[in-house]
Write a protein that binds this ligand. Structure first.
Ligand SMILES: [Zn+2]
Length: 362
């Protein structure tokens, strides 16, 4: 199977400041690792160059006023919030990130590749219809989803496994049954949203699934959620494409978060999602990078793990260097799993009228 990687050195251009967590080293260290492993020489990998998204693509998701604000503020620079300033020329970088996601979608639909991973910056999942936040300006995944639908894909499942709740994506699709949004995130945590009670409104009721998990959640927790909720959801919803908002800030070495997923755990998550995609939607899966701030110990190995899984390569050797093992022991909490069992039980009560796989177990 061929995995497309959407990347261009222009994705290193955006920078709020040298010390900001969302900085260019997030990708440059990953690129070094991929090159060292010879990933780009493999027949299973196709490098795809992004082109900027068009205004029409963006306006399928964001308001004209918000887009104009980004365009005008990009002339001299400005600010959205304390974590999210608008550097000069921001709009060009933001459009190239969103355009990369569109290129990935087209490559998959045109059968040039089976699946694709968009290694873009800046990220997008905190950006709502008319707002940016949390390092995000344009919602890359949402723009891609609307593009996929414009090209005839009816139902899309978005799995957002970033450590932070994908509040922007949730807001955009909250009343829309044609997009199933499922977010796994640390809770309580930034941005404060992502409760199990928030299941959508109107026709979209039941199609917004939040899986809030405590700090210290390890590979075991993610595996459980995959088997208990995420895979059955996908099998019942039968999406035409699976999109993954791939935040790599669940890694145990991430400086901003408290979760405890390993690179091997990430690779297995992606491998399982690819198997699901194979069984229900011809393998059509597109991952878009969101967060992930462990520049040296996390991102190079988690990103490599995802790509290896998507390309059907052997993932058994995916792991961080041994020097990080002690940090892993400190990061895992044994108290997390029982809390997750309780959360899932409560969530099932709220969703049993909406999903047969839950209803039949009562
Ligand atoms: Zn995040």
């Amino acid at each position: 199977m061929i995995c497309g990687i959407v990347y261009d050195n222009a994705y290193l251009m955006h920078e709020q400041s040298h010390t900001h967590p969302e900085r260019r080293e997030r990708l440059s260290y990953t690129l070094d690792q991929l090159e060292e492993e010879g990933i780009f020489d493999l027949p299973e990998i196709k490098l795809i160059s992004p082109v900027p998204a068009k205004r029409d693509d963006v306006l399928l998701v964001h308001s004209a006023e918000y887009l104009r604000f980004l365009e005008e503020t990009s002339v001299h620079g400005g600010i959205i919030d304390a974590d999210t300033i608008i550097p000069k020329d921001l709009i060009h970088d933001a459009l190239l990130a969103a355009g990369g996601a569109i290129q990935a979608a087209d490559a998959v639909l045109n059968q040039e590749v089976k699946n694709a991973f968009v290694l873009a910056r800046p990220p997008g999942h905190h950006a709502g219809k008319a707002s940016g936040a949390g390092f995000c300006y344009l919602n890359n995944v949402a723009i891609m989803v609307r593009h996929l639908q414009r090209r005839g894909m009816r139902r899309i499942m978005i799995l957002d496994w970033d450590a932070h709740h994908g509040n922007g994506t949730e807001e955009i699709f909250y009343d829309d049954p044609t997009v199933l949004f499922c977010s796994v995130h640390q809770y309580p945590f930034y941005p404060g949203s992502g409760r199990i009670d928030d299941i959508g409104v109107g026709d979209g009721k039941g199609y917004n699934i939040n899986l809030p998990i405590p700090a210290g959640s390890s590979d075991k927790v993610y595996r459980y959620l995959l088997e208990e909720i995420i895979i059955p959801l996908a099998e019942e919803y039968m999406p035409d494409v699976i999109a993954v908002s791939a935040g790599q800030d669940n890694h145990f070495s991430d400086p901003l978060t408290g979760l405890a997923l390993t690179a091997q755990g990430y690779a297995r998550l992606m491998q399982e999602m690819c198997i699901v995609a194979d069984s229900i939607c011809y393998g059509r899966l597109i991952a878009v990078l969101e967060g992930g701030y462990s520049v040296e110990g996390g991102l190079p190995y988690t990103n490599l793990g995802l790509i290896a899984a998507m390309a059907g390569l052997d993932i058994s050797g995916i792991r961080e260097p041994a020097i990080y093992q002690e940090l892993l022991q400190k990061s895992v909490s044994e108290e997390a799993f029982p809390k997750v069992l309780k959360m899932v039980s409560n969530l099932k009560k709220k969703l049993s009228n909406h999903w047969y796989f839950i209803h039949r177990s009562y």
